[in-house]
Design a protein around this ligand. Structure first.
Ligand SMILES: C[S@@+](CC[C@H](N)C(=O)[O-])C[C@H]1O[C@@H](n2cnc3c(N)ncnc32)[C@H](O)[C@@H]1O
Length: 233
């Protein structure tokens, strides 16, 4: 049988994509700290760099909304030249994180080691004491498509639970609630909004779609919509 070689499968790569967790130092893993300590270049958003400030010994590159592509390509090229590079990604890199962007910009064959982190979805599920293996997971972060919106409605009409990352600019909790009511969901449907998880100003609130229409929320949040109480939960 032909052997399939997976880049970065179980080897140590010069390029590490490190999940930093939801934001509190309590959720930063030891393996993430060690990777950052030994990196010659550390790339990440300001929030991520701040979280690791005591562990960074190398060059720092701050990612902003305007330089993500350049920053990731710089990291990938530097690693190819033999530099030890760490890219920091909030939560887990594989869920709406920098893994997708890195593979897009630097190529699917790039040799990268992914170090997982605690996702905001995991912490949200823990705070709500809910199982999430039966839920539909969706991210609208910077990518609000009709297809995903339809999946959201279909799953809820089927009686399932949906966990989603909103789009901070155009599809936040109020817009989600309005959209679902417009699509025929009962305004009494349960919705939980978990803001600033693990941070000082964390807030976890459960109400109804109708009530959420009148409220304001922080941009950093995870939403859970439950169409009806499910016996398996
Ligand atoms: C680019 S996505 C990254 C998600 C990340 N990879 C993860 O696994 O949590 C950013 C979105 O994740 C959610 N998020 C990240 N950290 C959060 C936190 N501490 N509390 C609530 N939501 C958070 C917010 O919806 C935020 O807009």
């Amino acid at each position: 049988m032909e052997e399939i070689k997976i880049q970065g499968g179980n080897t140590v790569s010069e390029l590490k994509l490190v999940g930093i967790g939801p934001g509190s130092p309590d959720y930063v893993t030891d393996i993430a700290k060690r990777a950052v300590q030994s990196a010659e270049i550390v790339i990440g958003a300001q929030r991520a760099l701040d979280l690791f400030k005591d562990y960074i010994n190398g060059e720092m590159l701050c990612l902003t909304a305007k330089n993500v592509k350049e920053g990731l390509v710089y990291g990938a090229k530097s690693a190819q030249k033999g530099k030890n590079v760490v890219i920091l990604s909030t939560g887990d890199p594989g869920f709406s994180g920098l893994l997708g962007s890195l593979l897009n910009f630097a190529g699917k064959q790039i040799d990268v080691e992914v170090i997982p982190g605690v996702s905001s979805l995991q912490l949200c599920a823990a705070r709500l004491r809910m199982r999430w293996d039966t839920a539909l997971l969706l991210s609208f972060h910077a990518d609000v498509t009709d297809e995903k919106k339809s999946m959201l409605v279909e799953f809820l009409k089927y009686g399932k639970t949906v966990m989603l990352l909103p789009d901070p600019n155009s599809f936040g909790p109020c817009e989600v609630a309005k959209y679902l009511i417009d699509q025929g969901l009962n305004p009494e449907t349960s919705i939980s909004v978990c803001e600033n998880l693990s941070l000082e100003n964390e807030r976890v609130a459960t109400s109804t779609l109708g009530e959420v229409l009148e409220q304001e929320f922080e941009k950093l949040c995870v939403i859970v919509v439950r169409a009806k109480q499910q016996t398996e939960e």
